[in-house]
Design a protein. Structure first.
Length: 282
């Protein structure tokens, strides 16, 4: 074929190695314009250069091969944009997880970490409007967002007090367990998944986590160490109170989350305090 480019020349023009071009051919991403039947020598057309460069950029972004094929195969620019956008969203989420892990590690490796401040607090029984469900640890954030949005839609504003959550031990120890999110309400309705829930009276060891939630596990660990040093043992599902959070402000440095661990002294018998159920709709 006239004006054909040998694989070496095509490699120089596209900044792709010969090995990579062969791999793209074998994967069905970039077929040569011609392959010599006797020698197997690959030749490419000049108009394949942009396609090769698109593949290269997509692979630099770790777009899976199957998605690369779909992007190249579809003539619809909207579909292509959606496929690329979905992958970029996954990359951004992964980057945010990486940043959170770095922040946690920096806090853990700080030479003189600030001591956690823990107080013991008696909390009376309270009736709230809540949504409860059995959820997996990897889906709890999405579930929380949906449940809290439903609570906001069902309840009048303003509300007298912050929202909160109650999380069963199994959620953390086995990756799946009972979770409850709630908001204060004088007369909790039964509407959709929302049900009146009575939170039992409890003694809590309370500490406040400051800032983003990526390293909240570090605060959990610090509270746990304090409990051990104080001869106290966790006696029920963990409670969180969202004093200030992403629903209140985009300024993550202003977020404040109270962590409350129901406790009993080592010399006492632990009470049984399961996560309150919000009814059959949960």
């Amino acid at each position: 074929m006239s004006n054909a480019l040998g694989i070496g020349e095509f490699a120089r023009l596209t900044h792709l190695s010969v090995r990579t071009l062969r791999r793209y051919h074998e994967a069905g991403l970039l077929e040569p314009a011609d392959v010599d039947e006797r020698s197997g020598y690959r030749r490419y057309a000049a108009d394949q250069i942009p396609t090769a460069q698109v593949i290269h950029r997509l692979r630099e972004l770790d777009v899976p091969l199957a998605d690369v094929r779909r992007i190249l195969a579809t003539p619809d620019p909207g579909v292509r944009a959606d496929l690329v956008g979905a992958h970029l969203g996954r990359l951004e989420a992964q980057l945010e997880r990486t940043r959170g892990a770095v922040r946690s590690l920096q806090r853990l490796l700080a030479p003189e970490p600030a001591p956690v401040r823990v107080e013991l607090r008696s909390v009376p029984a309270t009736t709230v409007a809540g949504i409860a469900a059995d959820v997996g640890l990897d889906e709890v954030l999405a579930w929380y967002a949906g449940a809290m949005a439903e609570l906001d839609a069902c309840l009048p504003a303003p509300l007298a007090g912050p929202s909160g959550g109650v999380y069963d031990d199994a959620l953390f120890t086995h990756g799946r367990g009972r979770a409850l999110v709630h908001r204060p309400c004088d007369d909790p309705p039964s509407l959709g998944r929302v049900r009146p829930v009575t939170l039992p009276a409890v003694e809590l060891a309370v500490a406040t986590h400051v800032g983003e939630h990526d390293d909240i596990d570090v605060t959990y660990g610090e509270v746990g160490a304090w409990l051990v040093a104080s001869s106290l043992v966790v006696a029920g599902p963990i409670r969180e109170t969202y004093l200030v959070g992403p629903r209140d402000t985009d300024d993550a440095s202003s977020w404040r989350t109270e962590i409350g661990w129901p406790v009993f002294a080592l010399t006492a018998e632990p009470p049984e305090t399961p996560v309150p159920d919000a009814g059959p709709a949960g």
